[in-house]
Design a protein around this ligand. Structure first.
Ligand SMILES: NC(=O)c1ccc[n+]([C@@H]2O[C@H](COP(=O)([O-])OP(=O)(O)OC[C@H]3O[C@@H](n4cnc5c(N)ncnc54)[C@H](OP(=O)(O)O)[C@@H]3O)[C@@H](O)[C@H]2O)c1
Length: 272
C-alpha cells in the first residue's frame, strides 16, 4: 500500500505533519518521511514509532503517491530534479512556496501538482490554508487534499493569481498581527505603571477574546466596534486616530509585499 510522503521537516513541515497526526486525519503508519538533517526526526519517531523514516528522498517518493515537499523555496528545484525520475503517473506533488508558480514546477515534474499556502496558526489547528490544484489533479484527489487541510484549520481553494495577497492575509498576517500588538503593548506600558510583561498578557488575552467574539460570536468588525465605542466616549477618540493613520500604513505594507512577491517570482522564473 502506498504511503503519504513528506520531504522536509522544518518549521512548516512540522506544523503540517504534526497537525495532521494530532487531528487524527492521517495515521502514523500511513506516513513516510525524509529530511536533510535526519536527527530532527528523532522526536517524531519517538512519539509515533509507526512512522517510516526513509533514508533518502527517492525512497519517500517511490513509496508514496501523495507527496508533500516541505523544503524552503530555494531547495524545491534541487529536490524536484532529484526525485523526478522516481515519480509515477499517480504521484501528486504538494508544495508550499508562494513565489513558485505551478508552471515553474511543471517544467520539471509533468504531473499532478497542488500549491498550498499554510499558516503557522495550523499549529493550534486554526487559521486558513490556501490551495490551488492544477488540471491533472482529479476531483477526488483534490478533495482528499482539501480535507487534510480542513483538519488543521479551514481551507480555501483559490486561483493561483490570488496567492500573493492571499498569503499576506493568511500566512504572513500572524507576524503582522503580532508586530502591531507588540507595539500597542510597548506604548501602553510606557504610558502606564504596568510592566511590559503585564501589558503583553492583558493585550494577548484581549486579542484572544476579540478573535473569539469575531469568529465564534459572529459579530463582524463593524458590530464589534460599535458595541465598544459609545458616542462621544474615549474609544471613539482613539478610533479617530486609527482611522487617520492606519489606511496609509496598510497601503504601504501591501505595496511593499506585492512588489517583493513580484521580485522573488521573477528571480525564480529564471531558475526554472
Ligand atoms: N514559516 C511559515 O510561517 C511559512 C508559511 C507558509 C509557507 N512557508 C514556506 O514553507 C517553506 C518552508 O519553510 P520553513 O519555514 O518550514 O523552512 P525550514 O524551517 O528551513 O524547513 C525546511 C526543511 O527542509 C529540509 N530540507 C532542505 N533541503 C532538503 C533536501 N534536499 N532534502 C530533504 N529535506 C530538505 C530542511 O532540512 P534541515 O533541517 O537540514 O535544514 C528543513 O527541515 C518555504 O518555502 C516557506 O516560504 C513558510
Amino acid at each position: 500500500m502506498k504511503k503519504i510522503g513528506f520531504i522536509g521537516y522544518g518549521s512548516m513541515g512540522k506544523v503540517i505533519l504534526d497537525g495532521f497526526l494530532l487531528s487524527g486525519i492521517i495515521k502514523p503508519y500511513e506516513v513516510i518521511i525524509s529530511t536533510r538533517t535526519g536527527s530532527k526526526l528523532d522526536h517524531l519517531k519517538k512519539e509515533y514509532p509507526e512512522i517510516e523514516i526513509a533514508q533518502n528522498n527517492t525512497v519517500t517518493t517511490m513509496k508514496s503517491d501523495l507527496l508533500f515537499l516541505m523544503v524552503g523555496t530555494s531547495d524545491v528545484k534541487k529536490v524536484l530534479v532529484e526525485i523526478n525520475e522516481f515519480t509515477s503517473k499517480n504521484t501528486h506533488i504538494v508544495y508550499i512556496s508562494v513565489a513558485l508558480t505551478i508552471e515553474n514546477v511543471n517544467r520539471i515534474f509533468k504531473g499532478k501538482i497542488s500549491k498550498v499556502m499554510p499558516s503557522l496558526t495550523s499549529k493550534v489547528l486554526e487559521g486558513v490554508t490556501l490551495i490551488c490544484h492544477n488540471s491533472a489533479v482529479t476531483k477526488t484527489e483534490g478533495e482528499y487534499l482539501n480535507s487534510l487541510f480542513n483538519s488543521i484549520g479551514i481551507f480555501k481553494v483559490i486561483d493561483e493569481q490570488d496567492f500573493d495577497v492571499g498569503a499576506d492575509i493568511t500566512s504572513c498576517s500572524p507576524a503582522f498581527i503580532a508586530q502591531i500588538f507588540m507595539e500597542f503593548a510597548k506604548t501602553a506600558s510606557m504610558n502606564s505603571g504596568f510592566s511590559i510583561e503585564e501589558t503583553e498578557e492583558m493585550v494577548i488575552k484581549t486579542l484572544y477574546g476579540t478573535s473569539k467574539l469575531l469568529s465564534d460570536g459572529n459579530m463582524g468588525f463593524d458590530n464589534l466596534i460599535s458595541s465598544v465605542a459609545t458616542k462621544g466616549g474615549i474609544t471613539e477618540e482613539g478610533l479617530k486616530v486609527l482611522d487617520e493613520e492606519i489606511p496609509a500604513t496598510f497601503n504601504k505594507l501591501f505595496n511593499t509585499t506585492i512588489k517583493k512577491h513580484d521580485t522573488i517570482k521573477n528571480e525564480l522564473k529564471e531558475h526554472y
